[in-house]
Design a protein around this ligand. Structure first.
Ligand SMILES: CC(C)(COP(=O)(O)OP(=O)(O)OC[C@H]1O[C@@H](n2cnc3c(N)ncnc32)[C@H](O)[C@@H]1OP(=O)(O)O)[C@@H](O)C(=O)NCCC(=O)NCCS
Length: 176
């Protein structure tokens, strides 16, 4: 399946995506707020898992490649995963290739994914977790109309110290 935005296509990953996806995953800036960059094996595993997710029924995880039309190569990824079925809660995530930052692509892709979550998947809540100092990601959450649920103290080991994490959410009625 695929979802369209004015400039982007969010589509299932393909086996042939490895080279362009690896460019995103191997870029140090993409993983600045994570403990480490994934190695090649981890990137291959991610692709394999993404292909497996697409075959799931019922589907509880969507990992979409973000492409900038008319190009076909991967310039980002967005994810939606069922976190708590009993309250229809899904988790959203995003990464855009650093060469494309600041063009509004993350917000554009995530807005489409929220629409998909609330209208097609019947989500009640969508949540996002972020390193507390990841200002770009915080801005994306705010732009989407998400609100901070809380601060998880020292849940991340980062650059030899503990870091806090924030949890943001948006409810179906807020989205509508
Ligand atoms: C977070 C990320 C996806 C944002 O992508 P993007 O396409 O540049 O975001 P957008 O262009 O849609 O910008 C959204 C907002 O963030 C702001 N922003 C973007 N980069 C920023 C930065 N480095 N510092 C502060 N604000 C920033 C933009 O100005 C915009 O705010 P505005 O509408 O008030 O101007 C991107 O920085 C990224 O891929 N980071 C690495 C992966 C990552 O951290 N993922 C999130 C894990 S929780």
């Amino acid at each position: 399946m695929e979802l369209l935005t004015p400039r982007l296509t969010l589509r299932e990953f393909r086996e042939t995506d490895f080279a362009s996806f690896r460019e995103l995953e191997a870029h140090p800036a993409t993983y600045h707020y994570e403990s480490a960059c994934p190695d090649e094996t981890a990137t291959r595993k991610y692709l394999e898992n993404a292909l497996a997710d697409a075959r799931q029924t019922p589907r509880t995880r969507y990992r979409f490649a973000v492409t900038i039309r008319p190009a076909e190569e991967v310039r980002g990824r967005v994810t939606l995963a069922l976190l708590n079925d009993s309250i229809r809660e899904w988790e959203i995530g995003w990464a855009i290739h650093p060469d494309e930052w600041g063009k509004g692509f993350a917000v554009e892709a995530a807005q489409r994914l929220l629409e998909f979550a609330f209208t097609d998947l019947g989500a009640h809540r969508v949540v996002a977790f972020s390193h507390a100092q990841n200002t770009a990601s915080l801005r994306v959450m705010q732009e989407l109309g998400m609100q901070q649920d809380g601060l998880l103290r020292e849940t991340r080991s980062w650059r030899g110290a503990w870091s806090d994490e924030v949890v943001f959410s948006i409810l179906e009625r807020e989205w509508r």
